[in-house]
Design a protein around this ligand. Structure first.
Ligand code: PEP
Ligand code: MG
Length: 362
């Protein structure tokens, strides 16, 4: 039974009295959201929107959009996705009540959206009324040797701005509808992934703001919102003062930050990390626990620089480390506002946050 009942609930209540850090969850579906709430989550720190695009009914449309060479064609495909995306956000926002929800705009490694099977390419060619060869050529152009360091996150939004336009429209319209229909006041936190240079954020923020203004004006409903960024590229951490001029919040994406700080592929490092641990080259797996001499230092730099420009900047973490007790202690000491972790780790993070506060007070 995932619900916190009886003694466990009492115990968690004690932890709540001592901790300063808020504990949010990483949740992408209404089901995850409800489960996380049962575990005591105080908001969503990361709603990844990638999976929403992989649904069987959506992926053919997503592929059409990626392959399309004209803005009109892309917009046509995105128009089909818009009502589904709006419904996704509406359900998640409603499930969370008025607790904060951070929605991260799309961040897929692009190859996951490309058709690879002959059959998929053929059916795409048919639906787009172009030749098999034409599709094949575009797919070849978009293929990458190293997708995790390639055309993903905000880079995809610079080349395909219509995607974020559609997502922001869906987020704000969902908030408008909930306010009108159920008097639920949502303050969406819109998060841009993989920023490494403030101009990327300026370019994208401009698009986000225009989109929001249009919807608010059209609907006549006032919606508050925040725009922020992940800090997951080392360059973002060391230029956090510049980035803070444009971002109302930072969320540390320590999965990518670890990958890029060590230069270890997060998908492939398991094998050699095991040997590194056995041979004492590494004390801990840096993907599991924040490495205070590496990623931790970058986080310290980012917090200091960010606060210099924007003293009230909201700070959180949404990488896997957000549910690991030693890392939670580090986040407490760094004065973050919240950690965000998978639903099942919420009670662990809450306990760790309380223990960190007690230890620090001693
Ligand atoms: C991260 O990089 O830490 C993060 C939370 O984003 P993702 O794991 O989706 O890349
Ligand atoms: Mg990431």
């Amino acid at each position: 039974n995932p619900q916190l009942t009886g003694n466990f609930q009492t115990f968690m209540g004690w932890a709540d009295q001592y901790r300063r850090l808020k504990v949010r969850t990483n949740a992408d579906t209404p089901r995850d959201t409800r489960q996380a709430l049962e575990f005591g989550a105080e908001g969503i720190g990361l709603c990844r929107t990638e999976h929403m695009f992989f649904d069987d009914t959506r992926i053919p449309v997503v592929r059409q959009m990626i392959i399309s060479r004209t803005i009109e064609q892309r917009k046509k495909a995105l128009d089909k996705l818009l009502p589904m995306q709006r419904q996704d956000f509406k359900e998640i926002f409603e499930a969370m009540g008025e607790k904060p929800v951070t929605v991260r705009l799309l961040d897929p490694p692009l190859h996951e959206f490309l058709p690879h099977e002959e059959e998929d390419i053929r059916s795409l060619a048919k639906s787009m009324e172009v030749s098999y060869q034409q599709i094949k050529e575009v797919v070849n152009d978009l293929k990458e040797f190293n997708p995790m360091l390639g055309h993903r996150g905000c880079r995809l939004a610079v080349t395909y701005p219509e995607i974020y336009q559609m997502q922001v429209q869906a987020i704000i319209e969902a908030a408008v509808e909930l306010k009108k229909e159920k008097a639920i006041e949502i303050i969406p936190e819109i998060m841009v992934p993989l920023i490494g240079e403030v101009k990327e954020l300026q370019y994208i923020k401009d698009i986000i703001l225009k989109t929001i203004e249009e919807i608010i004006e059209k609907s006549g409903v006032e919606i508050k919102y925040l725009i922020g960024t992940m800090i997951e590229v080392p360059r973002a951490a060391i230029t956090a003062d510049e980035i803070a001029k444009e971002a109302e919040f930072f969320s540390f994406g320590t999965n990518d930050l670890t990958q890029m700080t060590y230069g270890f592929s997060r998908d492939d490092a398991g094998v050699f990390i095991k040997e590194y641990l056995e041979k004492n080259i590494l004390e801990k797996d840096p993907f599991q626990r924040i490495d205070r001499n590496g990623v931790g230092k970058l986080m310290e730099i980012a917090v200091e620089l960010g606060k210099k420009i924007r003293p009230d900047i909201k700070l959180g973490i949404c990488g896997e480390h957000g549910g690991e007790p030693n890392s939670v202690e580090f986040c407490h000491l760094l004065n973050l506002d919240y950690v965000s972790c998978s639903p099942f780790r919420v009670p662990i993070a809450k306990l760790a946050a309380a223990q960190a506060a007690i230890k620090a007070s001693k």
